[in-house]
Design a protein around this ligand. Structure first.
Ligand SMILES: NC(=O)c1ccc[n+]([C@@H]2O[C@H](COP(=O)([O-])OP(=O)(O)OC[C@H]3O[C@@H](n4cnc5c(N)ncnc54)[C@H](OP(=O)(O)O)[C@@H]3O)[C@@H](O)[C@H]2O)c1
Length: 264
């Protein structure tokens, strides 16, 4: 049995929980974080029983400076770390001026500061282990999210940051991946007040995938040495179009759309 260790932020539900399951299946011990203590405890207990691994929890809010610093200290002091998944994230719906500054600052802290600081703290151990760094961005990292002001920009940062770090440390053996999911069935949209039963489509261009499918694809992409992982024919096609069509077409389409908000 291997005693490798994976640290995963936002492991309570959705993609983070699917990563916890996938790393547990591969025999990793886990350090899991999130705010919902009861749910995390339930997940940890199940994984301990099912896979006979050690699971440590650190409860905290990554938009809280003290909680983030505590987690950074924990990660810095780990004698070894083989994988880090910066997954915690969410969206706030609204144009820039619709949302007050504390909400913007919190999103910047969770997506940008926490991802960057935890990656920085973990890097020496990850390099020593020739380990894995997965940072969760989004298909939205290529699309101006007009009605969710900081979501697209912060995810563009996460993708670009991960590509840069991945290339800079590739020769040192680091395997880095920017995970760029499209719609994925998780708690993400229900937290925004959206009814998951009607929102997630099972076919068509905006079809949603399961967190397990997204995670399985990411391990295949890591094996193939890719820096970016996009699950699903539909989102691969979407990313291709967004990257290759003239920018003026995208601007015209987004400028015209009145209802790019999730919740309206
Ligand atoms: N679902 C999609 O369609 C989709 C598409 C593209 C990208 N993504 C990205 O995928 C990642 C995972 O989201 P998900 O879809 O799996 O949604 P989810 O089920 O809501 O999971 C989000 C996770 O992030 C944690 N989290 C959120 N805010 C936090 C904070 N302030 N401090 C600490 N932890 C926090 C949550 O834990 P607690 O609630 O316990 O704190 C939860 O475990 C996010 O980065 C999201 O942007 C999702």
């Amino acid at each position: 049995m291997s005693h490798r260790l994976a640290a995963i932020t936002g492991a309570t539900s959705g993609i983070g929980a699917a990563y916890a399951e996938a790393f547990a299946q591969q025999g990793y011990n886990l350090l899991l974080t999130g705010r919902r203590e009861q749910e995390l405890n339930r997940l940890a207990e199940r994984l301990r029983q099912q896979f006979t691994i050690d699971v440590t929890l650190q409860i905290g809010d990554l938009s809280d400076q003290h909680d983030l610093q505590t987690l950074v200290d924990t990660v810095t002091q780990l004698p070894a770390l083989d994988a880090l998944v910066n997954n915690a994230g969410y969206a706030v719906d609204g144009r820039l001026g619709d949302i007050d500054w504390p909400q913007h600052r919190a999103l910047l802290d969770v997506h940008v500061t926490a991802t960057t600081q935890l990656t920085h703290a973990a890097l020496p151990n990850l390099i020593k282990a020739k380990g894995i760094l997965i940072n969760v961005a989004s298909v939205a990292s290529w699309i101006p999210t007009t009605q969710s002001a900081l979501y697209g920009p912060t995810k563009a940062y996460v993708r670009s940051f991960t590509e840069g770090v991945g290339l800079a440390y590739r020769k040192d053996g680091l395997k880095a991946l920017a995970l760029c999911p499209g719609f994925t069935v998780t708690d993400f949209h229900s937290r925004m007040g959206i009814d998951p039963d009607t929102f997630y489509k099972q076919k068509g261009f905006t079809r949603a995938w399961t967190a397990a499918q997204v995670v399985a694809q990411s391990f295949k992409d890591l094996e193939n040495g890719r820096l970016i992982s996009v699950q699903g024919w539909n989102y691969k096609l979407m990313v291709f179009f967004v990257r290759h069509l003239p920018l003026s077409w995208l601007s015209a389409a987004l400028g015209r759309s009145k209802s790019a908000r999730f919740t309206k």
